[in-house]
Ligand binder design. Structure first.
Ligand code: ADP
Ligand code: MG
Length: 651
């Protein structure tokens, strides 16, 4: 078109489109969910604007906040339109081509390594997935502040925008027309589309209508042409009894009204989704499967991975709200890369079912920005500006409760994880009854061994599923817990309980502060730790030599954030933290002195009682943990093993 203005795609976008177009990725369905999600976002935006200015909605059909899908089988066009906020010419240019989102290159990279397109929506480039199925796409859009424009591109590195003087006026909103490739013919099948909308858009809060065909039976006047046809066929089939047939037909004709039924195809809008708001239902009624699906639609994460945990609750009292929080299966690609630039919160805020914002920073502290979820409050006012809402006094209460629930959810992940409860007594209690059964069916010798072999006991499948879940959480989001300890003084102790780390005695496994404390030597007052670049490097540290020799356990902190963390974490359960590479480390020397002093009488008595050539001294030991007494050789004497060797030689 002569009036069209031409533009080039931004380089990263162009690369992305090339990859998409040539992709052999089999799951091309995802384009539909991305388009519906964009339509839903645009509808959310206009509904939000209408809260403070009713005029923006307009009148008539423009007030219908819905999504419509139409198919043109002949022209092979699939179109999706919404009555959302629409795009101005400038919006079209920026949003669909010239400005690359921060996630663009990250996604291109990821696609080249994994080939998995499923997460495209998370990277903010979902729109371009249309080129998985179309070779030519038109976007017609009308924004309240501008004229109607058409954006079009054949994904050949360029796109064009023209003022729309030929299509029907949209009123307001956006229509996307996909000119489907020959291989994508399946998307012209109504059944296929119905199935896809059901699968991907269950939780879209606006009606999605399909212009669906319907076979109807219709009474029409039996016209002459057709009655002649009928006569012809009857004639040819039974020519011999012509006379009789004719008579019979005449008689019938007189009885029958002069109409007949024919099948006819008509079209009407068919609603495809039931717009259920899962968070309004009682948590008891919602199935795990539904929570999983809801998570996937919220997070735009359509991988197979299930969320690690969720918490759905209903807060009552002065401030009423309902909320669902999820711990995602994996940390987003940029969570810690640029922590202070990434989003503060991933919670969607609704007020009385109306979507307000997903960038509402007042709901959760930054360190919990890995959580996905939604808050819907009846207490917050609907028709005030965003700025006023941000200052609403109820937000503090909501935030406090959300943090509590979030930390509870994380704590439960640990509590339910059988790997976390490696407390021997607890295991013993669980496993002894099982041991008795083993005794009955196996040889005594085997059972006897089995008694100590607590890892050899079967666990229920549910327990198996939860096995290792906290380590998984820690691996993905442990840094957030540490950032929380730094940022959130109020919940510092609660967060410290969630900390996991390796120690000089943890044998490669993660352990907690509570577990560390339970293993502390009775003479130990402080919690010992050391920081460094890696476990291997730390294990060689001279600072640990003496502590290892004295059998003290030392926490090994190897994350760069740990050094910083320890400036905030001063104590835990009345115990101070002591960096063993720093001045002030007292290995109970003073205590030993005290002990020596108070047990002077006993040691002296012992020494004289045992007095012989073989006993050199009796001392308070600081190398023993459980054993009450040990015989050692003197610093300058032979070791026990050497003594043995020498002895055997003299014999
Ligand atoms: P995202 O939805 O994550 O922002 P997309 O690539 O899906 O990324 O869409 C890019 C942008 O294009 C959107 O942010 C929005 O501004 C604009 N857009 C896409 N579809 C529509 C639509 N139906 N109505 C209004 N704006 C849209
Ligand atoms: Mg999108």
């Amino acid at each position: 078109r002569a009036s069209a203005e031409k533009f080039e795609f931004q380089a990263e976008v162009s690369r992305l489109m090339d990859i998409l177009i040539n992709s052999l990725y089999s799951n091309k369905d995802i384009f539909l969910r991305e388009l519906i999600s964009n339509a839903s976002d645009a509808l959310d935006k206009i509904r939000f604007l209408a809260l403070t200015d009713k005029e923006v909605l307009g009148e008539g059909d423009n007030t219908k906040l819905e999504i419509q899908i139409k198919l043109d089988k002949e022209k092979k066009i699939l179109s999706i339109r919404d009555r959302g906020v629409g795009m101005t010419k400038e919006d079209l240019r920026k949003n669909l081509g010239t400005i690359a989102k921060s996630g663009t290159s990250a996604f291109v990279e990821k696609m080249q390594t994994s080939g998995d397109l499923n997460l495209i929506g998370q990277f903010g480039v979902g729109f371009y997935s249309v080129y998985l199925v179309a070779d030519y796409v038109e976007v017609i859009s009308k924004h309240n502040d501008d004229k109607q424009y058409v954006w079009e591109s054949k994904a050949d590195g360029a796109f064009a925008i023209s003022e729309d003087t030929w299509n029907e006026p949209l009123g307001r909103g956006t229509e996307i027309r996909l000119h489907l490739r020959d291989e994508a013919g399946e998307y012209l099948d109504e059944l296929k589309l119905k199935e896809l909308v059901k699968k991907y858009s269950e939780f879209i809060n606006f009606p999605i209508n399909l212009w669906a065909s319907k076979e109807v039976e219709k009474e029409v006047p039996a016209d002459e042409d057709e009655s002649i046809d009928e006569e012809e066929t009857s004639e040819s089939s039974s020519s011999e009894e012509e006379g009789e047939e004719e008579d019979a037909e005449k008689a019938e004709d007189e009885k029958k009204p002069k109409t007949k039924t024919v099948k006819e195809t008509t079209y009407e809008w068919e609603l495809l989704n039931d717009m259920k708001a899962i968070w309004l239902r009682s948590p008891k009624e919602v199935t795990d499967e539904e929570y999983n699906k809801f998570y996937h639609s919220l997070a735009k994460d359509f991988s197979e991975d299930k969320p690690m945990a969720w918490s759905h609750f209903n807060a009552e009292g002065d401030v009423e709200f309902k909320a669902v929080l999820f711990i995602p299966p994996k940390a987003p690609h940029d969570l810690y890369e640029s922590y202070y630039n990434t989003k503060q919160s991933n919670l969607k805020l609704y007020v009385r079912r109306v979507f307000i914002s997903d960038e509402f920073n007042e709901l959760l502290p930054k360190y919990l920005n890995f959580l996905m979820g939604l808050v819907d409050s009846d207490t917050l006012p609907l028709n005030v500006s965003r700025e006023m809402l941000q200052q609403h006094s109820s937000l503090k209460t909501i935030k406090k409760k959300l943090i509590r629930k979030a930390l509870d959810m994380i704590r439960k992940l640990a509590e339910e994880d059988p790997d976390e409860t490696n407390d021997k007594e607890k295991r013993g209690l669980i496993h002894i009854p099982k041991f008795e059964i083993v005794l009955f069916t196996r040889s005594i010798k085997f059972s006897f061994l089995g008694m100590y072999d607590i890892t050899d006991v079967e666990e229920s499948s549910e327990e198996n599923e939860k096995k290792g879940q906290y380590a998984k959480f820690w691996n993905e989001f442990g840094k957030s817990v540490k950032l929380g300890i730094i940022e959130d003084a109020t919940n510092r102790n609660r967060l410290a309980k969630l900390l996991r780390f390796e120690t000089t005695k943890s044998d490669g496994k993660l352990t907690s502060l509570d577990q560390y404390i339970s293993r502390m030597k009775s003479s130990q007052k402080d919690i010992f730790y050391i920081t460094g670049a890696s476990k291997e490097q730390l294990e060689k540290s001279p600072f640990l030599e003496r502590l290892n020799k004295k059998d003290y356990e030392v926490i090994l902190f190897t994350d760069p954030v740990d050094e910083y963390l320890m400036q905030y974490l001063m104590d835990y359960e009345d115990k101070k933290f002591q960096n063993v590479s720093k001045e002030g480390l007292k290995l109970k020397d003073s205590k030993t002195k005290e002990l020596k002093e108070s047990f002077k009488g006993l040691t002296k008595w012992w020494k004289t009682t045992l007095a012989s050539d073989n006993v050199e001294d009796v001392k308070i030991s600081n190398r023993l943990a459980d054993t009450p007494c040990v015989v050692v050789t003197s610093k300058y004497g032979w070791s026990a093993y050497m003594e043995k060797i020498m002895h055997s030689q003299t014999l």
